[in-house]
Ligand binder design. Structure first.
Ligand code: SAM
Ligand code: SF4
Ligand code: FES
Length: 361
């Protein structure tokens, strides 16, 4: 038991801002310290964002991607992958079905696929918001500020774009042709445009150190994100990182718990990636700071082809099945699934006003 570790937990209890060296101390907890870290993260989660678990239904609408990220199965260089893209009408039908299952938020996610023009996605967002009582998160990668602006005006509430790693050199080596500065600029634009901003990072990337993970947490705090997705890197056999070791569930849970101390108001998902490397991963995450689950609502026939990493869970299941499954295990943990949109509890978003309708008709 280290004095330094418990002094750091005391700082959290006193509401003091943690510095770089404190975060490093927390990340290097031993087993006994880890239990206390998880328990503090769990009570901070309860105090700030409550006991309810928010569900976000994710629609993976295209696996085409113009980027070549070394870690991802959707990278353009992966010629093994059979590609698909859903027509807006089909995405709308999936959205209807998901809303019928009680989802208050839908996440529209894809590779960076410019087949969907700015206008096409704006119209899709607008139609969903007109017809269904749901919040919309877009997660379609890096685009121009004008694109983000139009989508916001069309009614998009949130945008999810993980910074992936706060090490600028590692970032560019893993995401050729792109920069951390560019990604962060995009996140700042999203903030200016009034989105609830989601970012996050992978744990266990090759070349990542404990100091990098501290930088990830400090960047998330600086960006003052409404949501942070923290999941393990899982090596994909069809990528250049096939033989890399990958992140562990243990370290991912630890980073997540520290994230809850650093970002008490944020929505923190128990990620699908964590559930894919540890059958109980999402449950463990809900017990050490997480308060969100993102079940897949993509029809089962497409899921196989959105394997950004191998052994992704829920590949054979249809949306109705996952909805019931998640509700069951959330309740088994003594928690309850939230209803409603599940907006950020941070002040400007508590009673969000719909943006002006930009698209007539
Ligand atoms: N194209 C968009 C983007 O990159 O922001 C959204 C889709 S991308 C598939 C969604 C997330 O998948 C990324 O933010 C990344 O963190 C995660 N991801 C990609 N490859 C991964 C891997 N091998 N292991 C774990 N997560 C991975
Ligand atoms: Fe494309 Fe996103 Fe995968 Fe990178 S992480 S290859 S941008 S889908
Ligand atoms: Fe999909 Fe359990 S969440 S089967």
């Amino acid at each position: 038991m280290r004095k330094e570790f418990y002094n750091t937990l005391r700082l959290v209890a006193w509401g003091r801002e943690l510095k770089r060296e404190h975060l490093l101390t927390l990340l290097q907890a031993d087993d006994e310290e880890e239990r206390d870290l998880f328990s503090l993260a769990d009570s901070i989660r309860d105090r700030y964002v409550g006991d309810k678990v928010h569900l976000r239904g994710i629609i993976e609408f295209s696996n085409h991607c113009r980027q070549d990220c070394l870690y991802c199965g959707l990278r353009r260089g992966n010629t093994w992958l059979a590609r698909y893209r859903l027509e807006p009408g089909e995405i709308l039908a999936i959205a209807r079905r998901a809303a019928g299952l009680g989802y208050g938020t839908l996440v529209l996610q894809s590779g960076e696929d410019n087949w969907y023009s700015t206008q096409t996605l704006a119209e899709l967002v607008y139609r969903i918001k007109q017809e269904l009582d749901v919040a919309i998160t877009l997660s379609v990668g890096e685009r121009e500020r004008a694109d983000y602006k139009l989508w916001r005006e069309a009614g998009a509430d949130r945008y999810l774009m993980k910074h992936e790693t706060a090490d600028p050199y590692l970032f560019t080596s893993l995401r050729p042709g792109t920069t951390l500065a560019g990604r962060v600029q995009g996140l700042r634009w999203l903030r200016e445009l009034g989105y609830q901003v989601g970012s996050g990072n992978m744990v266990g990337l090759p070349g990542q150190t404990p100091e990098t993970l501290v930088d990830d947490l400090l960047l998330l705090r600086e960006l003052d994100v409404e949501m942070a997705g923290i999941g393990p890197f899982i090596p994909n056999g069809q990528t250049p990182l096939a033989d890399a070791p990958g992140g562990t569930a243990a370290l991912t849970l630890r980073v997540l718990a520290v994230a809850r101390l650093v970002l008490p108001w944020a929505h923190l998902p128990a990620t699908t990636a964590l559930g894919s490397i540890d059958a109980e991963g999402r449950q463990k995450a809900l017990n050490c700071g997480a308060n969100v689950v993102m079940p897949n609502v993509t029809p089962a026939r497409y899921r196989e082809r959105y394997q950004i990493y191998p052994n992704k869970i829920c590949l054979q299941e249809e949306p109705d099945h996952c909805r019931g499954c998640v509700e069951g295990w959330v309740q088994a943990l003594g928690r309850e699934v939230a209803t409603g949109h599940g907006h950020s509890p941070k002040a400007p978003f508590r009673n969000p006003r719909l943006p002006e309708k930009a698209i007539p008709g």
